[in-house]
Design a binder for this molecule. Sequence first.
Ligand code: SAH
Length: 232
Amino acid sequence: MSFSASVLTLYPEMFPGALGVSLAGRALEAGTWSLEAIQIRDFATDRHRTVDDTPAGGGAGMVMRADVLAKAIDHSSPPGDPRPRLLMSPRGKPLTQVRVRELAAGPGAVIVCGRFEGVDQRVIDARGLEEVSVGDFILSGGEPAALVLLDAVVRLLPGVMGNTVSGDEESFENGLLEHPHYTRPQEFEGRQIPEVLTSGNHQKIAAWRRAESERLTKERRPDLLAAQPLVK
Ligand code: SAH
């Protein structure tokens, strides 16, 4: 069974978008994963195909209706569908590489993309939507967030990345940011590649990379160190 993504959106034309090219695009063509973009508006019942309404209690903007969204969810993810149901949301749990790995190991995901001010709380509760954030900033809609999440997941699917070792050594995989990289030419605008990297001494190289990882993480993301004490 390949990873199956269903994305519920008011802008299905945004998919596969960036996921139709490069690694993800080739994997999509090869059937390593599948993607269906579902137009939420198709589940509206009135003549004007309304999907949103004014917020109860007043205030700016519009809110996505619970009834229309619930119909779209029930259509794409009937009871018994083993896939987690996600709602892209700035209020959600920040997405991490750990959650990305879990998702990649599972059957797929049903992903709801919000628009306007967001969605009626009752459909979040009634359909058990897991709110996922891609960062502490506000996008105009959940679609770019869904693309980000799927990109992170798809590259982990078996066979998608040619060199699987490179996945394990990346930032966050061991609770650290990655060390800096260098490649030819040996000299660039007077700057040399650190000597140790061209020494051929693999033990020294590994030690240098580890030390650089720790230095960068301490400098830039002390929160990562606090969350996961270093195992020496
Ligand atoms: N009024 C909301 C923001 C709505 S933005 C608030 O203040 O919290 C509209 C939609 O964009 C959201 O429903 C969500 O689906 C998506 N979105 C915006 N920022 C996001 C983020 N950081 N992560 C994930 N989804 C986001």
